[in-house]
Design a binder for this molecule. Structure first.
Ligand code: ZN
Length: 245
């Protein structure tokens, strides 16, 4: 962000500001400010007349991590757990996740709605100048909420050509289920690989309570369907040689 804006924000959100926010690109300033506003006003959430002192306390210390496709905020609580009210803690989490969520669908140059374009978040206008990326990279970015954060090797979506559309549509469907049940971060595809001729997909559920059994069953079924349809597609592919599509 530009220096003058940084100076202004530093002044305005004195106790929340951290220099890691300097790395936030211009297009993501609005989500950043929206988050700072919410964190600034945490004292007002669930305020208890008998326990809370007057005025606004600073509840968290923030650090921002920015990459070309997304941005995330991390906080450390400054007040002991006993001082937090459930509503306040939730408001804090909501502010953080909304920030990440907004950045992940906003052009980092201009702030218009955007989509992953290879290694960056771009609107239609700014995407035009970006080099083409492979469809597997594009798919990876599109459904990346389904993959665990990894330091090393990412999930490899370079499946054989005749399986790509199947894999892509299944991953999109799973993501829809995950979003519908609001369980992003609790469902991870940890493996997509060819075991000989067979496609093999593994899913892991993290802290998913029985309430979401329905979602789990839906996803398990999608994956076993995918594996079955892949076997069929591979068989046809091997038999025919010529691909109709
Ligand atoms: Zn743009």
């Amino acid at each position: 962000m530009k220096k003058e804006l940084a100076d202004k924000l530093r002044l305005e959100y004195e106790h929340l500001w951290h220099d890691s926010m300097l790395a936030v690109p211009d297009g993501w300033i609005d989500p950043l400010v929206a988050m700072l506003d919410k964190l600034y006003a945490l004292s007002e959430v669930d305020r208890s007349m008998s326990f809370d002192s007057e005025g606004l306390a600073t509840w968290v210390k923030i650090r921002i991590e920015v990459s070309s496709t997304h941005s995330a905020a991390y906080v450390t609580p400054l007040e002991p757990a006993g001082e937090w009210r459930p509503g306040r803690a939730l408001a804090c989490i909501d502010a953080l996740s909304e920030f990440a969520r907004q950045c992940s669908k906003t052009c980092s140059i201009c702030g218009l709605p955007g989509a992953p374009d290879g290694n960056s978040m771009r609107c239609a206008e700014h995407a035009a100048v970006e080099p083409q990326v492979s469809r597997s990279q594009r798919l990876y970015q599109e459904v990346r909420d389904l993959f665990p954060e990894v330091d090393g090797k990412a999930i490899d979506l370079n499946v054989p050509d005749h399986l790509f559309d199947l894999v892509a549509s299944t991953l999109r469907s799973i993501l829809k289920v995950v979003e519908r049940y609001d369980i992003v971060g609790k469902v991870f595809i940890t493996k997509i690989e060819m075991d000989g001729e067979a496609l093999f997909v593994r899913v892991r559920y993290v802290d998913l309570t029985y309430v979401f059994l329905g979602a789990q069953m839906e996803i398990n079924e999608m994956i076993s369907d995918l594996e079955m349809l892949s076997d069929e597609a591979t068989r046809k592919h091997n038999l025919g040689g010529s691909d109709a599509s």
